[in-house]
Design a binder for this molecule. Structure first.
Ligand SMILES: [Zn+2]
Ligand SMILES: [Zn+2]
Length: 271
């Protein structure tokens, strides 16, 4: 959920409406500058890009196909379209790197004309490159680790270059594939914080059998997970409005633990 949540008058949303970024938050997305790779396309991706210093996107990768990560998929058309031909400017074409397991399911993202991926390919907006397990793009090695979630597939991505490693796991990561070598000892782990159990809106307490516990770890469990896989730094993303925490509240949490940071829109990191 974006912050401010539309029409919401809670403390966090009112402050975000008044002060904007970093109190306001768009959906989950990231950009790997080394290879001009965009990761995920939330509904607000156009605004995010226009507020950023990014000038070029060569690659797009999707962690999974839930709406909060693909609602903005049409950004590929908006970036590449040449209105004179209704085709892409060839030099602006974006390469969609897709794990083979998502090849069927990506066709379920549709408009009234059918699967959008077909239209985007026919128009030259995207070039689809399927891969299994890993792919090398320039000097960056990308490993796609599936999270076993029954019928849904989501991926943890590991990016490696010159002996440095980033593990990107923003959403739907339970059960986290911590048995995999690739996720160990990351220089940077980007992960969702999971459930905060205190200080929630409506003084809500998550029951032991709440549905969110099937998809989310708790914040404490996530910290323990990061310790077990020996992540050197942790950045939390996908920060929900209903955690009832403002930018200042997250800054206060950072003071307790020098290993962690909470992301905000436009945050830049060097690994
Ligand atoms: Zn609110
Ligand atoms: Zn998500």
């Amino acid at each position: 959920m974006a912050i401010p949540k539309p029409l919401c008058q809670c403390r966090v949303c009112r402050e975000a409406r008044e002060k904007g970024v970093p109190y306001a938050r768009a959906g989950p997305s990231a950009f790997l500058q080394d290879i001009n790779l965009l990761i995920d396309t939330p509904a607000e991706i156009i605004e995010l890009l226009n507020r950023s210093p990014i000038r070029r996107i060569d690659y797009l990768i999707l962690t999974h196909l839930d709406p909060d990560h693909v609602e903005g998929f049409r950004v590929v058309e908006q970036i590449t379209l040449d209105f004179r031909t209704w085709r892409a400017y060839p030099k602006k074409q974006i390469c969609l790197l897709l794990p083979g397991q998502l090849n069927e399911r990506v066709r379920e993202i549709r408009s009234q004309y059918g699967p959008v991926i077909d239209f985007y390919q026919e128009s030259g907006f995207v070039r689809l490159v399927l891969f299994q397990d890993n792919i090398q793009i320039g000097k960056v090695r990308i490993t796609a680790i599936p999270v076993d979630r029954g019928s849904q597939v989501s991926f943890v991505y590991v990016f490696e270059k010159s002996g440095r490693k980033v593990v990107y796991a923003p959403c739907d990561i339970k059960p986290f594939p911590e048995h995999r070598n690739e996720v160990q000892q990351a220089d940077l782990l980007v992960i969702q914080p999971g459930i905060f159990e205190t200080g929630l809106k409506h003084r809500f307490n998550y029951p032991v059998d709440h549905i969110s516990r099937t998809t989310l770890y708790t914040f404490e469990q996530t910290l323990e997970l990061a310790t077990r896989i020996q992540a050197k730094k942790v950045v939390f993303v996908h920060l929900e409005e209903y955690w009832n925490r403002s930018y200042d509240d997250y800054c206060a949490l950072e003071l307790d633990n020098p290993m962690i940071r909470f992301a905000y829109d436009g945050m830049q990191l060097t690994v």
